[in-house]
Write a protein that binds this ligand. Sequence first.
Ligand code: GLU
Length: 447
Amino acid sequence: MSAPVVRFAPSPTGRIHIGNARTALLNYLFAARAGGRFILRFDDTDAVRSTEEFARSIEVDLAWLGMRPHQTVRQSDRLQLYVAAAEKLKAVGRLYPAYETQAELDRRRKLKQARGLPPVYDRAALALTEDDRARLETEGRKPHWRFKLDQRIVEWTDGVRGASHIDCASLSDPVLMREDGTFLYTLTSVVDDIDLGVTDVIRGEDHVSNTAVQIQIFEALAGEGRAPKFAHHNLLVDATGGGLSKRTGSLSIASLRESGVEALAVAALAVLTGTSDEVHAVSSLVELAQMFDLAHISRNSAKFDPAELRTLTQRTLHKLDFESVRDRLAAHDIVGVHAEAFWLAVRGNLETFQDVVAWRRVVDGEVAPVIEDAELCRTAATLMPPEPWDETTWGDWTNAVKGATGRKGRGLFHPLRLALTGRENGPELAKLLPLIGRARSVQRLAG
Ligand code: GLU
């Protein structure tokens, strides 16, 4: 089997939220697992609402989540392809001009509904003669163009939903080109998927209803059996069952990033919610890709709790190795031979990555030591062994203090922690002490 080609196709008309990230990640992981290609396609034919700024923000958000597209295309650069496809469909009699105004269509639809008939376009335009069309055009009407559906049942095996079908006899012939010559997504998406060699269309189940029509367009343009595979995933809904909109600001990827949530926590929640796999922290997208399977996605809606991002963020941080955070630590000036030891000491105590700044201060900055037991601290200072120190130093030293003072347990450790760090709790002192070092420790024990 050749490697899959998938695409994530947002319209750059807003910032992406965690639900859009789900679609992007499902595509990305599907490709990653099989060594395939992940294409970013901006569906920006709506020139009024699409902006360069939104396109840029989507790229930034995907990069933050760890997804680098192999290729990025914009529909606005590809108009010639759509024009050519429309010509081809016209030539084979599958795209026909219709002249009804919206008001006329609305009136006919209401009449049908009143008679209890399905509100499907009656194909009146197919009966127009050459002369009729000429007359309508001299009246100043411009046609929109409809795809002539084969009125048959279209079947496909959906990667998530299994055997699926739609009866196209119950659908109106879809408009593919407007009066002003602009194209609708229904066509442009298919043209691009053919041109870019997309093998698998993985998208939200809000697109199931487009699938039969698009399969027919694929076949009209590329030939029988040439449609890609389709998989429609469930959509994320909040605790109340409500859907997410692009305008749901608080769940935008940008605002999650700014709130200090870890990208891998967002990815794990976005991908694992609504699947047969339990939501849990992961240490890389590779780990997510390894267990990824479209068949694990449930057909029920994917109810998720954004509050889980806090605990997932902590659990993610606890799992990250030094290599995966080296650059982020360096951005906080945490570099050099002790950076790794520092990370391994503090990662288990971080609520957000930003907390490294405070722990860095505890290690080598100013702290306000809290002296709970001056006598103990004084004795402890005199018993500090000479450097070099390592992770055994804390045990040896506190044993010596225990021997000299008879203190043990909390009565021994708590005053030492308060003096050395100024805090009630924190990372293991066995790991922290060598980083704080002897000079600073002696100073802090003196208050
Ligand atoms: N631009 C469409 C959307 O954002 C793409 C749908 C598709 O993947 O085909 O919903």
